[in-house]
Design a protein around this ligand. Structure first.
Ligand code: WT7
Length: 667
């Protein structure tokens, strides 16, 4: 293992493994569950199991004859000669089946405005939007960037692209203009869909200015590929306008026809590109295609959450800017004909009971959120959820990072009334859909463990030599067989795709997570083993933040680590060496506070507020190996106030004393 990597044991989650509680499903739940124990046996026949799911859950314009073609490994082809359309599957077919009056979306805006959209209305909106995009020149294969708040139009925009066979690339609204620019340019997008702004903590927060910035001519950059910007009016705030280029969404949709024939595409046609952080500074455009992705999104949504589309009200709190919003807000639930809640704002606007008020109001029965949110609610106190009637909840989900047993128990007791099963779902942007999770009517759940690979998924834990570890052993999480919703590559960079995921172990997918198997063979996730951080369930790259820091004239060198944090899981802590001419400025408390603020704002501008370091420590040196690699593990020891570990491979072993001695004043 390279010396700057951390082992799973160093991630501080070892205490998880002393957990012995287990909660079997109640007989009533098990009896009514979609997934029964036999499903694991049925999945044993390999790809044929997925062919059955694809035909059961998805409507095909043209059926497929071949299930899996792995001859071009590691790029898989699933159901390749089949044809379908994702928007038709998510919307039209439910209307055709007589369910047009079923509510697809209960929208709750942060200021309290609401909107209810049935499947029939959704069909009209999506068709109009598809016609509007086509009128702006969007054709099958063209890329469209979506930069929107969490509003109904976000889902409509994604489906309108899918209807045309134009891959979308959603960029989270919290990313900066610079981050948006690089994603637009990497994807070569023709159109950007945005809004004047969205509501955030009681105030309108502008979005359009970032788009204007991201596509404006810039020295040294090629002219933007963007021809039009389609703008949703959400807040009504003043918005700068470029005639001919900018078009209001409501104008474009008003004049558009409510009928649109979906573009039937091959199963392997790109559905979307979603950028995520890797171990280098450049974000990776994860490519997902249509047939396999939809099959596994629908399968997992139905079985992991035990969805009954006629009676459940489902709510996933994720933003569409992340993969969770793609698979478990837009595609999975709608393909399954679910009724779902979409909420625009933060959990504490205008008060800390907002989420639970929404659960009570819509009688939410399935709720899917992230451990960081659960921990924030724990901190606010259980008297807050206690004020609301949460008895409608029957399944609870967790995603994004390991959930500590304490938070799991709180979630079960306070939110789930000690009865709703919790499904801790492990997956990634790259996997497209949930891979490891209990099945709520089958598995006896254990607080803190994602436990079992889903039926049809070959996930295991291996050691350094790729040997599967015995029960009780620890190592790396890998996926040894292709799965339908796997990424089909990194947009424009096949080599990076092979390098990143397929070179660590011959022929198997390396997820980047440390994991352990307990005595029952259940899988416990232990956090990333690479230079990727997980802050509030958001994935950030240490290198990307480091390059943002050194792009500021104050900074000579920077090293970033993810330090354990009670609420956000990990927090960004940066160590910086100032350029000589600025070194003096940090010597007074005011001076270092100013520097810290300048640099935090700088990172927010370069990447986005989510990447802002929680702490910035000015240091005289950074710990490096003889080959010049920064030993982040030692910096993590400092950031987590631990005794500094083995520093013998440092080129200069006195560096750590120098760093530690300068940090007596907590910032
Ligand atoms: C990384 C993927 C999957 C959607 C949200 C994040 C971590 C995710 C769990 C879980 C432990 C988890 C992993 C993974 N992760 N879910 N249930 N238990 N860790 O997607 O941004 O692609 O991040 O999130 O480290 O590799 P992502």
């Amino acid at each position: 293992m390279p010396e700057n990597e951390s082992t799973p044991a160093q991630t501080g989650l070892e205490n998880l493994l002393h957990e012995t509680r287990a909660f079997p499903p109640s007989p009533e739940f098990a009896a009514q569950a979609n997934a029964k124990p036999e499903i694991y046996g049925q999945a044993a026949d390999g790809p044929a199991f997925w062919a059955t799911q694809a035909r059961d859950l998805i409507s095909w314009k043209k059926d497929f004859t071949e299930t899996l073609d792995w001859s071009g490994a590691p790029v898989a082809r699933w159901f390749a000669d089949g044809q379908l359309n994702a928007a038709y599957n998510a919307v039209d077919r439910h209307v055709e089946a007589g369910n047009g009056d079923r509510v697809a979306i209960h929208f709750e805006g942060e200021p309290g405005d609401t909107r209810t959209v049935t499947y029939a209305e959704l069909q009209r909106e999506v068709s109009r939007a598809a016609n509007a995009l086509a009128a702006l020149g969007v054709e099958k294969g063209d890329r469209v960037v979506i930069y929107l708040p969490m509003i109904v139009e976000s889902v409509v925009a994604m489906l309108a692209c899918a209807r045309l066979g134009a891959p979308h690339s959603v960029v989270f609204g919290g990313f900066s203009a610079d981050a948006l620019r690089s994603r637009i340019s990497d994807a070569g997008a023709k159109v950007v869909i945005t809004a004047d702004g969205g509501y955030r903590r009681g105030k309108p927060s502008a979005l359009k200015p970032a788009v204007d910035d991201a596509i404006a001519p810039k020295d040294g950059a090629e002219a933007s590929t963007v021809e039009h910007v389609l703008v949703v009016r959400r807040t009504g705030q003043d918005t700068a306008w470029t005639d001919h280029r900018d078009v209001w969404w409501h104008d474009a949709l008003e004049s558009a026809d409510v009928q649109h024939t979906p573009a039937w595409v091959d199963a392997e046609h790109p559905l979307f590109i979603l950028y995520t952080s890797g171990t280098t500074g450049k974000p990776k455009g994860i490519l997902h295609t249509t047939g396999g992705y939809l099959t596994q999104a629908a399968f997992t949504h139905k079985n992991v959450f035990d969805l009954k589309p006629e009676s459940d009200v489902y709510w996933c709190t994720a933003d569409i800017g992340w993969i969770t919003g793609h698979s478990y807000v837009t595609y999975g639930p709608l393909v399954n004909g679910a009724t779902q809640v979409i909420y625009e704002g933060t959990p504490d606007s205008p008060h800390q009971g907002r989420w639970w008020e929404i659960v009570e109001k819509y009688k939410v029965s399935i709720f899917y959120t992230a451990p960081t949110a659960i921990r924030a609610c724990m901190k606010w106190g259980e008297e807050i959820p206690a004020k609301y009637d949460l008895s409608s909840l029957r399944v609870l989900g967790s995603v994004g990072e390991p959930i500590n047993p304490e938070a799991w128990m709180w979630y079960r007791r306070v939110i789930g009334g000690d009865k709703a099963p919790i499904v801790d779902t492990w997956w990634q942007t790259e996997t497209g859909a949930i891979m490891i999770s209990p099945l709520p009517g089958v598995t006896a759940t254990k607080p803190g463990s994602a436990q079992v690979p889903l039926p049809g998924i070959a996930a295991t834990v291996v050691d350094d030599e790729a040997h599967e570890v015995p029960n009780g052993g620890g190592g790396y999480l890998v996926l040894s067989e292709p799965w339908p919703s796997m990424l089909r590559g990194i947009w424009g960079d096949l080599e990076r795709f092979k390098d990143t995921y397929w070179s660590r172990f011959e022929g198997i997918y390396f997820a980047g997570d440390g994991a352990k198997k307990d005595e029952d063979g259940d899988v416990w996730l232990l956090g990333r083993v690479d230079d990727v951080m997980n802050v509030s369930g958001h994935r950030l790259s240490t290198t990307e933040i480091e390059s943002a820091l050194v792009s500021n004239p104050l900074v000579a060198e920077a090293a970033v680590v993810g330090a354990a944090d009670e609420v956000s899981g990990q927090a960004v802590v940066a160590f910086v060496i100032l350029r000589g001419e600025h070194a003096e400025e940090a010597s007074t408390p005011e001076g270092s506070a100013t520097i810290e603020k300048t640099l935090r704002d700088h990172v927010a501008k370069e990447i986005g507020p989510i990447a802002k370091p929680k702490k910035i420590l000015v240091v005289p040196e950074l710990p490096k190996t003889r080959s010049g690699k920064i030993m982040r593990r030692l910096l993590r020891d400092v950031a987590e106030n631990r005794e500094v570990g083995d520093a013998t491979t440092l080129a200069d072993s006195s560096v750590m004393n120098l760093i530690s001695s300068g940090l007596n004043t907590p910032s």
